[in-house]
Each structure stands twice: as C-alpha cells, then as structure tokens.
Design a protein around this ligand. Structure first.
Ligand code: TMP
Length: 205
C-alpha cells in the first residue's frame, strides 16, 4: 500500500517504544529495506543540541519555552532530514507531533489549537502512515524507569502526570483509529514484536 511510509512510535516513558523501533530497524536491515530512523527531540545535529538543553536535569525552562523548543527541534528535523528522505526511504520516528499534544496539551494544559497549528505548519509537506501507540501500566512503567542508569528532566514527573499524558494519547488514537495500532506493552515482548512487524508488512504490501 505504501512503499516508503512514515512510521511513528509513541508512548509514555517505559512504554517500550524505543525497544520496538530498534527491533523494527534490525528487521528492515536484515531484509535490506532502506530506512532512516530518528528520535524527537533529537535526530538531526541541531535538534540533538536542543534535546540536550531541554532534557538536561539542571535546566529549568518555563513550560512554554519547552514547547517552543520541542517544536523548533521538530522543524530542524523536517528541514534537514525528513523532507530529503520523504518517499525515498521508510522513515521511522521515535516520538513526533502526538508527543507534543500528549505532553504539552493533555499533560501540561497548553493550548491545543496553538500546538496543532504549529505542528501542522511544520509537517505540512508530509503524511504519517502509521503510528504505534505503546501503552504501559503504572507498575511496569515505574519498574522500567527504576532500571535506567540516568533519568532526564522529563523522567521525573509524578505518576498523575504520565496518566494524563497516556490518556491524552488514547484520545488522539481514538480520533483516527485507522492510522493507529495500539501495542499493549504489559503483554509478552515477543508477541508485541510480531504485532509491530506484521502491521508494518501489511502497509508495505
Ligand atoms: P525520550 O527520548 O526518552 O522519549 O524523552 C523525551 C522526553 O521529551 C519525553 O519525556 C517526552 C518529552 N517530549 C515532549 O514533552 N514533547 C514533545 O514534543 C516531544 C517530542 C517529547
């Protein structure tokens, strides 16, 4: 259906999105299918610089400043990486526009219309074909975060915040069910890995 789709992985901390994007990358490599993989914030050189600023646990930016930086980081990725590779290679993105709605709007209460307007402006030249929304319960999330050697500034919010963010993600996914595949990250990893590969193979056909 889509030869060179844009595939996004979303979810809160500890939801397994990075594990799945890495597994899918290895699968594509093994099958000699061309792709690029990037994360947000981060990805391109300038966007990685912005990532360091936002996520450093000594930073104390105002939440609106954070929002502007997440969007700025996205714009750098669009201009320097995504546009160039769009429809030439599969593009895998670890977090994208939905992260900003989920964290900055549903989590922090910032204006939905404003975020959508800028998100849409930055990404108007491309279409996302499939988004994996990885869901995790509070117990597993805590367990997984406790295993991390280093926590960044956004790994340290109260559980109530992550619940709001995850519920926001679910609202977003429910508004466009066709483009979202929910992965229940509390289930068996092997089962979930297969779910991801099968869903990708289905859109590549
Ligand atoms: P991660 O790379 O470990 O997922 O960390 C990135 C953090 O940044 C994560 O807590 C989610 C947050 N974030 C936002 O709040 N808004 C955004 O638009 C993006 C891309 C990430």
């Amino acid at each position: 259906m889509f030869k060179k789709p844009v595939i996004v992985f979303e979810g809160i901390e500890g939801s397994g999105k990075t594990l799945h994007i890495n597994y899918l990358s290895s699968y594509l490599k093994k099958n000699k299918i061309k792709f690029i993989k990037l994360r947000e914030p981060g990805g391109s050189i300038n966007s990685e610089k912005i990532r360091k600023l936002i996520l450093n646990d000594k930073s104390n930016f105002n939440k609106f400043t954070d929002l502007l930086m997440y969007l700025a980081a996205r714009n750098e990725n669009m201009e320097n990486l995504i546009k160039k590779n769009y429809q030439k290679k599969i593009i895998l993105i670890d977090r994208f526009t939905d992260s900003t709605l989920a964290y900055q709007h549903y989590g922090m209460g910032m204006n939905y219309k404003l975020i959508s307007l800028i998100n849409n402006h930055i990404t108007k030249k491309i279409k996302i074909n499939l988004t994996f929304l990885n869901l995790v319960n509070s117990k597993n999330m805590r367990k997984r975060l406790s295993k991390r050697k280093k926590l960044n500034r956004y790994d340290k919010f109260k559980m109530k915040f992550y619940n709001k963010v995850q519920n926001g993600y679910i609202k977003i996914a429910n508004s466009n069910k066709k483009k979202y595949k929910i992965i229940n990250s509390n289930k068996d990893i092997k089962f979930n890995k297969n779910q991801v590969i099968n869903a990708v193979n289905k859109i590549l056909k």
